[in-house]
Design a protein around this ligand. Structure first.
Ligand SMILES: [Zn+2]
Ligand SMILES: [Zn+2]
Length: 272
């Protein structure tokens, strides 16, 4: 079974100190056969009204890092390059231009901020009711990203739970409560020929995959086929953590294939 980790950061991201080569070695040691680096570019506005300033450099820096790495080492596994392009709906033209960079194999469509509050990472979580309010705002934002063309798969749908769960609040973006918006979102993703990722960062914390299994099953029932799997590791210690369980989740939800991307084109790998 070829395992691919399609959501990995290195020190090109502002929130990672890990050298690309150290991440590659750790992924190889963990049994991964293809790793795709997806460093952050968030299109939110800073005080000076320009988007996150290094966004335009991510693809170039990633390609340069990979070239340097290839000159210095024989790569033990296949390395592909992507980008985690967040809040693309804030500047769709720039999102389209950045994602069209020929260096990129893959674009994660991502969302980290909710209007009026900011990054889900920095919120102080106190109750399920408050978390449900955040999920509602989050889905309204995602419904603006899904119709855009710039991405290949939506990253970590429902991932606010990662921080809620860590804070001890057992909230989840359930179909019982948010079914209408979630189904609308999934139908847009499918109609546009896009996909979802299974983000495994919650699996290693005991908070489950993002999206949840019930959302993945609904996606499959509606005709969705394209699913990538990623650890969202920012350190060598977390490289590939949860990936094997992510593959089991994919199988348990009735999928026969995992998807990887090369030159922005999906390739299906049969699950065994
Ligand atoms: Zn993210
Ligand atoms: Zn990430």
């Amino acid at each position: 079974m070829l395992f691919a980790d399609y959501h990995v950061h290195c020190d090109i991201s502002n929130d990672s100190d890990a050298a690309m080569w150290d991440m590659v070695r750790a992924e190889a040691d963990a049994g991964i056969g293809i790793v795709c680096f997806t460093n952050h570019c968030d299109l939110f506005r800073w005080q000076d009204d320009t988007p996150y300033p290094r966004c335009r450099e991510i693809a170039r820096e990633s390609a340069e890092n990979k070239r340097e790495m290839e000159l210095a080492h024989t790569l033990p596994i296949e390395v592909r390059l992507g980008i985690e392009l967040g809040e693309g709906h804030r500047d769709p033209a720039l999102a389209a231009a950045l994602s069209a960079d020929p260096a990129l194999d893959f674009v994660l469509g991502s969302l980290h901020l909710i209007p009026g509050y900011g990054d889900l990472y920095v919120q102080h979580y106190t109750s399920v009711e408050q978390c449900n309010h955040f999920f509602d705002l989050y889905l309204d934002e995602l419904l603006q990203i899904a119709p855009l063309d710039y991405y290949d798969v939506l990253a970590h749908v429902g991932y606010g739970r990662r921080y809620m769960c860590r804070a001890g609040v057992d909230a989840a973006m359930t179909l019982a409560r948010f079914g209408d918006k979630i189904e609308r979102l999934l139908r847009i993703v499918i109609d546009k020929g896009k996909g979802l990722e299974i983000n495994c960062s919650g699996i290693r914390d005991g908070c489950g995959p993002f999206p949840s299994e019930e959302i993945l099953r609904l996606y499959r029932d509606l005709g969705g086929e394209t699913v990538t799997i990623g650890s969202d590791a920012h350190t060598p210690g977390n490289a590939a953590k949860g990936i094997r369980q992510g593959y089991e989740v994919l199988k348990a939800c009735g999928f026969d294939y995992v998807t990887v991307f090369r030159h922005r084109t999906p390739e299906r790998i049969k699950l065994k």
